[in-house]
Design a protein around this ligand. Sequence first.
Ligand code: GLY
Length: 389
Amino acid sequence: MLNRPDVAVVGAGPVGLAIAWRCAQRGLRVVVHDAAPGSGASHVAAGMLAPVAEAYFGEHELTGLLTASAARWPAFAAELTAATGLDVGYRTEGTLMVGLTADDLAEARRLWAYQQGIGLPVTPLRPSALRDREPALAPRVRGGALAATDHQVDPRRLVPALRTAAERAGATLVPAAVRSLSDLDTDVTVVAAGCGAAALTGLPVRPVKGQVVRLRAPGGGAPGFRHVIRGYADGEHVYLVPRDDGEVVVGATVEERSDTDVSAGAVLRLLRAAVDLLPELAEYDLVETLAGLRPGTPDNAPILGLLPGRPGVLAATGHHRHGIVLTPVTADLIAELVVTGATDPLLAPFAPARFAPPPTVDARSGHDPSGHDPSGHDPFAPEKEHTWN
Ligand code: GLY
C-alpha cells in the first residue's frame, strides 16, 4: 500500500513526468496516474524545440515562454542523461526555414521579418549558402533563413528517460486512468493530462488534430540532411526532422478535429511538400502514418497554475504545438509553485484565471467543455445519406 502522496500528477506525458521528477527531487512523495504513459500527443510529436521558427504574430508572451524554456533544454537534456544513462536525441544543428516558390518565399519573409523585429536570431541565407548547408535541397528552392538556436529532441526517447528519472527520484507510476479528481487522496493535484484536462477540470482545452508521416533512410544510414527543415512548398507548410537513427518525421496537419484517423489526402499533401523540398525523400521507406491530438486553448497558450476556487488543484496543460519545448520550464515552475507556493512571473500570463471560472466538471458528468462529445453525438453532423445497395 502506498503512503498518501503529497502530490498526484494526472498524466504521464513529458510534462507530467517532468513535473513528477522535479517534485520528487525536492523530497515530495509523488504519484503519477496514467493508463497508457507516453501514448498521447508526445508519441506523435516531432520534437522540434523551435521558439524562433514558431514565433507567430500576436503571440509575444508565448514566444517569451518558449524562448525561456528552449534556453533550459541543454542543461535539462544533460541532467536527464546523467540521471538515467539514456540518450534523448537532443541535436543542435539548427533549423533551416525555406521557401520553394517566389510566393512561398514572400510569405516566409514576412514572418522572418517579424521574428527578427522582436529580436529573435534569424539569419537570411542566399540560395548558395542554403545549399552549402544542405546540398540535398531541391534546386528550385528559392531561398531561406537559418534559426541556429532552434534545436530538436526525440520525444519517443524523452518519455522513457523522464519516466526512469522520475521513478529513480522516488515517484510512483499508477497505470490507471483518473475519472475524477475527487478520487485522488492527496493535498496537491497537478493536471497534466493534455486534452483530458477539459473533462477533469472544466478548462477550455480542445483537441487539435495533427497527422504526421515517418520515413526511414534506405540502407540503415542516417538521413541525407542534418538540419530540421521547415518549408513553405506551394502553399503547404511542412517540417522535416532528421534523426541519427535514419528516421525522418514529416509533419504536420493542423485540423480542428478530434478523431485520430489518417487520411490519404493529408499524407499526399505532406509527402508532396516534403519531396518537393528534398527530392531524395521519395526513395525513403514509408514506415508509419499516424495522427495525434494537441491540447489547444482559446489563445493558443498553455494553462499553468492554480485553478481558481479549487484549492490544491493546479493545471499544466494546453501546450498545443509546444509541449516538448515547454517541458523544462513547465516542470521547473510548477514544481516551484507546488513546493514553495511562489508563482514565478513567467507564469503570470498563463494563469488558468484568464479564462472564465471553469465549472466543476468531471468525466462522469458527461459534459466536456472542449466541445468534444465523447459519446460521438455531433449536433452539426449532416443527415445520414441514402446508401445504395
Ligand atoms: N510543433 C509542431 C506541431 O505541433 O505540429
